[in-house]
Design a protein around this ligand. Structure first.
Ligand SMILES: Cc1cc2nc3c(=O)[nH]c(=O)nc-3n(C[C@H](O)[C@H](O)[C@H](O)COP(=O)(O)O)c2cc1C
Length: 227
């Protein structure tokens, strides 16, 4: 098996959490003597190379972050440039996100599950895991610690069943947090977090509350002007 791994994040490779996760995953592949090549869509100049790798190879893995509950727009744009292939090609996904509950990623997962059929290829499953907001802010040692579990998923993938096995499904962790934790998180978001988001927005030039119903007030959220 030879795997083409595509980083589907719009964020430049140096700062991309997906990139760190791919590195750990690829280590798992190497442990099992599986070869791979990696690409990143963040640099549009490489899109022809990525498309050629997609065309020439049969084992494709797209690793991507969840952006606004679904697939990043830049990745959608890239996917639209891919030609149809046949069922000899298998397309799998590694979907990772900031929020930790599995339920946050299910909409994105459902979307991705439909893609292989559009491209005429086989679906190899989707590995789903959150709790990755902070990776890029950590030092190398901590990053390695947090991304290490993805190495075992690389080893699992190397065994040939994509992410269709039970071990891959379990990797997601809790679907929902227990109720007390959900209540605490809800409280924090309605109070402290709301205040700090508002501060950041103000620094960026926002002059109205972030939960302003612009369709009712007629304000333009960006600078407070009337629409
Ligand atoms: C524009 C944007 C939208 C995001 N939307 C979500 C989201 O809806 N749910 C979530 O859990 N995380 C969300 N995140 C967090 C990212 O999924 C997370 O930080 C991820 O690890 C980023 O990977 P990357 O650095 O490779 O882009 C968002 C991040 C950005 C920048």
């Amino acid at each position: 098996m030879h795997v083409v791994i595509i980083n589907g994040s719009p964020r430049v490779q140096k700062y991309s959490n997906t990139e760190k996760i791919i590195a750990a995953f690829a280590k798992g592949l190497s442990e099992k003597e599986i070869t791979f090549e990696t690409y990143a869509i963040s640099n549009r100049k490489t899109w022809d190379d990525i498309r050629n790798a997609y065309i020439k190879n049969n084992e494709i893995l797209i690793a991507l972050p969840l952006y606004v509950e679904c697939v990043p727009g830049l990745l959608l744009e890239f996917l639209e440039t891919l030609p149809k292939k046949d069922e000899q090609t298998r397309l799998s996904f590694l979907l990772q996100s900031g929020f930790a509950e599995g339920c946050q990623l299910r909409c994105g997962e459902a979307f991705l599950a439909k893609l292989p059929e559009y491209l005429g290829v086989r679906y190899g499953g989707c590995l789903v895991k959150g709790d990755n907001f902070g990776i890029r802010f950590l030092g190398e040692e901590k990053q390695a610690q947090i991304t290490k579990p993805y190495q075992s998923m690389g080893e699992l993938f190397a065994e040939g069943d994509g992410f269709l096995r039970e071990e891959a499904k379990k990797f997601t962790g809790p679907e929902y947090f227990p109720l007390p934790m959900r209540l605490i998180i809800g409280f924090v978001f309605k109070t402290f977090a709301k205040k700090s988001f508002q501060k950041v927005a103000a620094m960026l030039g926002c002059r109205v509350p972030l939960d302003e119903k612009v369709w009712e007030t007629g304000h333009n959220g960006e600078n407070g002007a009337q629409i």
